[in-house]
Design a protein around this ligand. Structure first.
Ligand code: EPZ
Length: 431
């Protein structure tokens, strides 16, 4: 059996309506948060992704019962029987680190190893550990094995994050909700996923104020109970489909989306000449035949332009009529998609944190390989816009964040199918 790949016959305009999946980056901390909730918790609008399945396996390993039916996950959690997460589960995804705050908060101890996830440059967890220490945790890191205990329980504290890290904010919130006394997080991340996590925890009995702002106040409560909660829509998946429409001169409408959560990206699409219109949970985009270049796109913490949209929007601007400039300010190594975009005929030069994208008249189909989740999505978008066939491999990266991406794009009229590489080779040999 060969490895799977996507075969994309590019050149057609995308058009039609698509319902956007629930947010991966919200579902994962929410599933971790369910460790804190006694009884049954039901999550609706949960995307069916390999990272979500990995989070469910971690929950099971901790002693929770966890089942996924369609897009709902039911977690039953009466007792946490185990407080360590096996290394192979930790390596599957970066967000496994969020279990640290939750398990520690619930049981007073936790052992896990350093997490995996997309390789976007160094991804330390120092801010997570420092914040938990402020709340009274005693933490050791021995050759990548993190052991955390709270011998006299966790207590509220003032935690100032050196950078508004999404994960460190989530971990601190999870540890603080059942700590004794009040915690104030300063310079907290303001991403919509933080608001979603706080809304869920408050529904379970927590007392959190200010989520979505730089200062979050948490009054510790004794325990949390389960509830039913619907995961917010995925803003980066939304931006991916919009960018593909922009790249192909298409017109699409998204439903189950929250347009106000990606204003910074919509502004870029407008600058590139697209007409965008968001209303309630719908977003409409109409693209011109060719895009205008965009002056300078600098990735920033929310509400700035998201780093997760950098590669995705770059793919659309490869064929703009002029030069666009990107500045990656969040991760050190997030231009791995550039080599393959250039292989498809793009003209992109990277120097440190800056990428200069000179618009070319056309991209051409090629054999390319995803190196990370959003970089893989960028290559897919380029394949949709290119002339000829693109073969995109290493799909495990893409499957971590997009539910059946080929089905979603086919609904928008794309010519795309998933196949086994071996199968294609066999067909070629026979013909
Ligand atoms: C979250 O990662 C997202 N992942 C990422 O999504 C996203 O790119 C990122 O936030 C930024 O928006 C999930 O939500 C599961 P950070 P996270 O902590 O929490 C440095 C995607 O494609 N840092 O805000 O890991 C870090 O190295 C992905 O869906 C430290 O130095 O991001 C980075 O440069 C990938 N020490 C910056 O902060 C720390 O202890 C931002 O990281 C923590 C972070």
């Amino acid at each position: 059996m060969g490895t799977q790949c996507l075969l994309i016959d590019g050149g057609g305009r995308l058009g039609g309506e698509l319902r956007v999946q629930g947010a991966k980056n919200s579902a994962l901390p929410l599933l971790a948060a369910s460790v804190l909730c006694r009884g049954e918790t039901v999550f609706h609008n949960c995307p069916r992704l390999s990272d979500v399945f990995a989070a469910c396996r971690i929950l099971t390993c901790l002693g929770c019962r966890c089942r996924m039916e369609e897009h709902s996950v039911v977690v039953t959690n009466d007792e946490i029987a185990c407080t360590s997460v096996p290394d192979e589960l930790m390596r599957e995804m970066r967000s496994s680190i969020i279990f640290l705050g939750a398990v520690l908060g619930r049981t007073g101890s936790c052992m896990l190893s350093l997490p995996g996830g997309c390789v976007l440059g160094p991804r330390p967890i120092d801010m997570h550990l420092d914040a938990l220490r402020r709340l009274g945790a005693v933490i050791t890191d021995q050759h990548g094995i993190i052991t955390a205990t709270a011998p006299i329980g966790l207590h509220g504290a003032r935690v100032t994050l050196p950078f508004p890290s999404v994960g460190a904010t989530e971990n601190t919130m999870l540890a603080a909700v059942t700590a004794k006394g009040e915690t104030v997080i300063l310079n907290a991340a303001r991403e919509p996923e933080i608001r979603d996590l706080a809304a869920f925890l408050n529904r379970c009995g927590a007392k959190i104020r200010g989520a979505g702002e730089s200062r979050i106040e948490i009054e510790g409560v004794e325990k949390l109970h389960g509830c039913t909660y619907s995961v917010m829509p995925d803003r980066i998946a939304s931006v991916t489909y919009l960018s593909a429409a922009a790249a192909t001169g298409g017109t699409i409408c998204l439903t189950n989306t929250a347009p106000q959560e990606y204003d910074a990206v919509s502004a870029v699409f407008e600058e590139a000449g697209c007409r965008v219109y968001g209303y309630q949970d719908r977003m409409y985009l109409h693209a011109p035949t060719s895009l205008r270049p965009v002056n300078r796109i600098r990735t920033m913490p929310y509400p700035g332009f998201p780093t997760d949209a950098q590669a995705i929007v770059m793919a659309a601007l490869c064929c703009a009529k002029g030069t666009s400039v990107f500045e990656e300010r969040i991760f050190e190594s997030r231009y791995k998609h550039v080599d393959d975009l250039n292989r498809m005929g793009a003209d992109i030069q990277v120097s440190g944190a800056t990428a200069v994208v000179r618009g070319v008249p056309k991209l051409y189909g090629a054999k390319v390989r995803a190196t990370d989740l959003r970089g893989g999505a960028a290559l897919l978008i380029a394949g949709l816009a290119a002339e000829g066939q693109t073969e995109l491999s290493a799909l495990s990266h893409i499957d971590r964040g997009y539910e059946e991406i080929e089905t979603a794009f086919r609904a928008l009229g794309a010519q795309i199918r998933r196949t086994e590489r071996g199968e294609e080779d066999r067909i070629c040999r026979m013909s």
